[in-house]
Write a protein that binds this ligand. Structure first.
Ligand code: C2E
Ligand code: CA
Ligand code: CA
Ligand code: CA
Length: 276
């Protein structure tokens, strides 16, 4: 009834207020996080699905606030996007990720997550070029992970930026594939090296969910015909690994192969001298 609806509204209002207040507190804290040195990167191994050999690492941003403790990127990245802080933070991530990769064997790649907001700014191309030049890594060792949502906005600004990034010699991968936008037209226009299949499909497939299996199969076939690799994300068990390998995924990433690691542990794995 209307009365019950009104009651529900009043019950939820204080929580909405708290959420808005928390947002404001976090936003102010985030503005200081960069200069206070509260950000760091973790690196999660990405491995060949068949051989288990290391192909690279995905850089994952971490924020530890002195009082609030660690705050998840799932929470603060969207906040940074809204507060127009993602450009300086993203620049910091790129620079640090490339500098770290410069210490690794030169067949180990680094993948960096890029927000749509960053790609809608033409100045981003220079940011990438500078991170490459400063670190000295070969451009094809840098893979930028973008999501389908980039193609949802009007205009071709982001597509142009992606083309310039390809011209620099970097790779692109399509993150969280299948969770967002449904048109596939952009796949024929922008040259991705790989498609990352979201953990929700991996989980579903290993539980025998027919739709999840069908989707992974279709994505693998599509990727193969377009000359792209497929990375299964969030592989947590041997069973999930077996499943995505059988379905033809070429690379895998997940807790089963390695958690996101501090830089010094990634460095150890990425140096063959120490590996062998
Ligand atoms: P993502 O790009 O899809 O990254 C994969 C997420 O899955 C990471 O969460 C990773 O820790 C988690 N993960 C890896 N393996 C497993 C697994 O086996 N099981 C499960 N359940 N999870 C696994 P994380 O580090 O919390 O990052 C969350 C999201 O935050 C990322 O999702 C990405 O969208 C965003 N993010 C992280 N770092 C950056 C960054 O530097 N820039 C931008 N723009 N976004 C970032
Ligand atoms: Ca990613
Ligand atoms: Ca992902
Ligand atoms: Ca995700």
């Amino acid at each position: 009834s209307k009365d019950a609806g009104g009651g529900v509204y009043h019950v939820y209002e204080p929580q909405l207020h708290v959420a808005a207040e928390e947002r404001r507190v976090l936003e102010i804290a985030l503005r200081n996080a960069l200069q206070n040195d509260e950000l760091h990167l973790n690196f999660q191994p990405v491995v060949n699905a068949d051989t288990g050999g290391l192909t690279g690492f995905e850089a994952l941003l971490r924020w530890t606030h002195p009082e609030l403790g660690p705050i998840s990127p799932a929470k603060f990245v969207p906040l940074a996007e809204d507060a127009r802080l993602i450009a300086p933070i993203g620049e910091w991530v790129l620079r640090h990720a490339c500098n770290e990769a410069a210490k690794w064997d030169d067949d180990v790649r680094v993948a960096v997550n890029v927000s749509p907001e960053q790609l809608h700014n033409p100045a981003f191309v220079a940011v990438v070029a500078q991170a490459l030049a400063q670190s000295g890594i070969t451009p094809n060792r840098l893979e930028l992970e973008v999501t389908e949502s980039v193609f949802m906005r009007e205009g071709t600004g982001a597509v142009k930026v992606l083309e310039h990034i390809l011209d620099l010699g970097c790779r692109l991968s399509l993150d969280d594939f299948g969770t967002g936008y449904s048109s596939l037209g952009y796949l024929s226009r922008t040259k991705f090296s790989s498609i990352k299949i979201d953990r929700s499909f991996v989980q579903g497939a290993s539980k025998g969910v027919r739709e999840a299996i069908a989707i992974i199969r279709a994505v693998v076939a599509l990727a193969q015909s377009l000359g792209m690799a497929t990375t299964a994300e969030g592989v947590e068990t041997e069973e999930e690994h077996r499943m995505v390998q059988e379905l033809g995924c070429t690379k895998v990433q997940g807790y089963y192969f390695g958690r996101p690691l501090p830089a010094h542990e990634a460095l150890h794995l990425a140096t063959r001298r120490k590996r062998g």
